[in-house]
Each structure stands twice: as structure tokens, then as C-alpha cells.
Design a protein around this ligand. Structure first.
Ligand code: HEC
Length: 137
């Protein structure tokens, strides 16, 4: 029973109905900071994005080739579509290897210290989304 309550509470933090293609609202109610977002995307300890993706990061020698290049992401997708893809890419592609950066429900074998926590906070998600929106070509 307590588990069910936890799951319901967790889903409410983000509140995406299944089948939706976007999260139109900011998770924090505020706009993110693109400079902080860029730092996170390029950082191998925080975002890990470049494990799989490549992008306009001339200072990063090692970039991934398991996922689409992030160049042009802000042209291909709306802000809400990007937000959903970072929060929980499995909503778009259930077989996705991309981590759900802001989902707490439905995860298995989570170490106790991480239970109920997300990889990135709502504020960090907004920063990453703000940065991706600057990638227009
Ligand atoms: C373990 C690999 C992996 C990591 C880490 C990862 N992604 Fe992804 N990402 C993917 C794959 C694979 C796709 C292609 C769609 C799918 O399979 O879900 C994708 C899709 C995307 C898309 C849509 C791409 C497009 O234009 O079609 C964006 C934007 C994105 N990721 C951003 C990020 C950001 C930002 C991070 C870091 C916070 C990140 N990803 C971390 C694997 C990854």
C-alpha cells in the first residue's frame, strides 16, 4: 500500500499521461539557464550525454556514436518534446537505452541512497532543455 502511494506520488511530480509526446510546462515554473545546461551536457560525470551522443563540443575529444548527434535538436523538437525526451525517453521508445533523467517510478534495483531520487533535478532538466533549444543547426 505504501509502495502504491509512493508510485502515485512519484508519477505526480512529473505528471505525463502515457501517449503524450511532450511536457509543455517547465518543471520548475521558470526558464532554464542554457550555459549551465551546456556544462551539464558536456560533463561526463553529471549528464553522461556524450557517452552516447555527439554534438557541438569542440573541447570534448571523446563523444558517443550510439545516439543521434545533438546538433539541430532545437530545430527538430519543440521545448516540450525535448523536456519529455530528457525526463523519460522510454515514453517515446520503450526500448530506449537513454536513461530516464527525471523519473522515479517503475525503476528496478535502485540502490537505497538513490530511491525516490532522480538523476537530474527539475532545475537541471530545465537548464539542459534551455541549452538544447539553442542548438538550431
Ligand atoms: C546510454 C545512451 C544515452 C545517454 C547517456 C543519453 N542519451 Fe539521449 N538518446 C539516446 C538514444 C539511443 C536516442 C535515440 C532515441 C531513443 O532510442 O530513445 C536518444 C535521443 C535523444 C534526443 C532526441 C534526439 C534527436 O534529435 O532525435 C535528445 C535531444 C537527447 N537524446 C538528449 C540527451 C541528453 C541531453 C542527454 C544527457 C542529459 C542524453 N541524451 C543522454 C541515448 C542516450
Amino acid at each position: 500500500m505504501r509502495l502504491v502511494a509512493a508510485i502515485v506520488a512519484a508519477s505526480c511530480t512529473v505528471g505525463v499521461a502515457s501517449g503524450q509526446d511532450a511536457i509543455p510546462q517547465s518543471l520548475t515554473g521558470a526558464k532554464g539557464d542554457p550555459a549551465r545546461g551546456r556544462a551539464m551536457v558536456a560533463n561526463r560525470q553529471v549528464g553522461l550525454c556524450l557517452l552516447c551522443h555527439s554534438g557541438p563540443f569542440p573541447e570534448e575529444r571523446f563523444q558517443g556514436n550510439l545516439a543521434p548527434d545533438l546538433r539541430g535538436a532545437g530545430k527538430r523538437w519543440s521545448e516540450g518534446q525535448l523536456r519529455l525526451r530528457i525526463v523519460d525517453s522510454a515514453r517515446i521508445n520503450p526500448a530506449s537505452i537513454m536513461p530516464a533523467y527525471h523519473r522515479t517510478e517503475g525503476l528496478v534495483r535502485v540502490a537505497p541512497a538513490w530511491r525516490g531520487k532522480t538523476i537530474l533535478s527539475g532545475e537541471q532538466i530545465e537548464d539542459v532543455v534551455a541549452f538544447l533549444m539553442t542548438l538550431k543547426d
